[in-house]
Write a protein that binds this ligand. Structure first.
Ligand SMILES: NC(=O)c1ccc[n+]([C@@H]2O[C@H](COP(=O)([O-])OP(=O)(O)OC[C@H]3O[C@@H](n4cnc5c(N)ncnc54)[C@H](O)[C@@H]3O)[C@@H](O)[C@H]2O)c1
Ligand SMILES: [Zn+2]
Ligand SMILES: [Zn+2]
Length: 365
């Protein structure tokens, strides 16, 4: 970029400030709240969004564990948030400076082969890149590529915290868990992992009237929350006996749908061990290690195993359910921090059992 182009961009943004604060990844176990260059428009389809609310995902914890080696030193983390459009590239027509928007965790060009199939997660010029392959939303500003098809207008007067849950966790729990698991009326559903994603699956599974929903976790507080969100039974798996308990609860039959919402071999193993004949195992968790698939036990049980990166194809539908009050995702928010206190927010979310934490909202007022 030439000097005059850089100056033009600054004039376009209407501001002379070129730095911002952001939560930056510096390799496994290392993160810092530090100065970064403020993002600017790179492509005509970009928008720059000033963050109002963001949050931390279980996936960010996987990144910090080193489970996702594609994340490089210096990356700004975060793929969820609500904000205000600061400025837009020349080709953006749906959004304008000042618009309040929900940022989708998945970037979609809307035009490529995968986008045309509704598989935005594998967009040839997008997919899940925010806070992963490009800088993300745990920052004062973020650049959103393909803004027209990757941002959603925040309904007037809407609760920004509730809609922050629409960036990722609601579509993820719903698409990867409930839709892929084909939850049907009368089904028995087990959800392994009662973190925000498992709880989002729990809330949205109830749209299909399953008969039983068993929530399984190691964290007694999260199990209490699961019960209050509609789980018909809960299983504390900290003694390693979850499989026996679920089999006893189902009269030895097993479950129709097992949703894996943790991302470790132990939780996958619970799921594959509790499936009834014809059962569906819907994996949601991000896995950093291989799992053992027991085909010697499963080959004749007519089961289905699915994996999915969230497509966010159901986001417009989920917006309507939140607007109507049919879904109330704000009840997942347990903690609020100023964005500048994001380091503390990570400590809280990373120690969720002791802190009784679910979603921690970061506010940049
Ligand atoms: N597929 C996708 O597109 C997608 C999108 C977003 C998040 N994810 C993944 O979904 C998973 C859940 O995300 P989250 O934000 O709820 O994470 P989280 O870390 O807050 O929750 C995970 C829960 O699993 C429980 N747990 C850990 N080990 C367990 C075990 N052996 N048995 C039962 N429970 C156990 C923990 O106590 C915790 O409550 C993560 O792996 C995340 O990376 C996937
Ligand atoms: Zn996420
Ligand atoms: Zn695309």
């Amino acid at each position: 970029m030439t000097k005059s182009q850089a100056l033009m961009e600054r004039v376009e943004t209407g501001t002379q400030k070129t730095t911002m604060k952001a939560l930056v990844f510096h390799g496994p176990g290392r993160r810092a709240w530090e100065d970064k260059p403020r993002p600017t428009i790179k492509d005509a389809t970009d928008a720059i969004v000033r963050i109002k609310t963001s949050t931390i995902c279980g996936t960010d914890l996987h990144i910090l564990k080193g489970d996702l080696p594609a994340v490089t030193d210096g990356r700004v983390l975060g793929h969820e948030g609500v904000g205000v459009v600061e400025n837009v590239g020349k080709a953006v027509s749906n959004f304008h400076s000042g618009d309040e928007v929900v940022i989708s965790c998945v970037t979609a060009c809307g035009k490529c082969e995968f986008c045309r199939k509704g598989m935005y997660s594998h967009c040839k010029d997008g997919g899940w890149i925010l806070g992963y392959l490009i800088d993300g939303t745990q920052a004062e500003y973020v650049r959103i590529p393909h803004a027209d098809t990757s941002l959603y207008a925040l309904p007037p007067g809407a609760d920004a915290e509730a809609y922050t849950m629409l960036s990722d966790i609601l579509p993820t729990g719903f698409e990867c868990g409930v839709l892929n698991g084909q939850v049907k009326p009368g089904d028995t559903v087990a959800i392994v992992g009662a973190g925000p994603i498992g709880l989002a699956a729990l809330l949205t599974a109830q749209l299909y009237s399953p008969a039983e929903i068993v929530a399984i976790d190691l964290d007694a507080n999260r199990l209490d929350v699961a019960r209050s969100f509609g789980a018909t039974s809960v299983v504390d798996s900290s003694d390693g006996k979850a499989i026996e308990r679920v089999m006893a609860l189902t009269g030895g039959k097993g479950v129709d749908v097992a949703i894996e919402a943790v991302g470790v071999p132990a939780s996958f193993d619970i799921c594959q061990s509790i499936l009834a004949p014809g059962g569906r195992l819907a994996n949601v968790g991000v896995h950093g290690k291989p799992v053992e698939l027991h085909l010697e036990k499963l080959w004749d049980r007519n089961i289905t195993l699915t994996t999915r990166l969230v497509d966010t194809i159901t986001t417009p539908m989920l917006f309507k359910l939140v607007q109507s009050g049919r879904l109330a995702p704000q009840k997942l928010v347990t903690h609020r921090f100023a964005l500048a206190d994001v380091m503390k927010a990570y400590d809280t979310f990373g120690d969720a059992a002791k802190q009784h934490a679910l979603k921690v909202v970061l506010k940049n007022d």
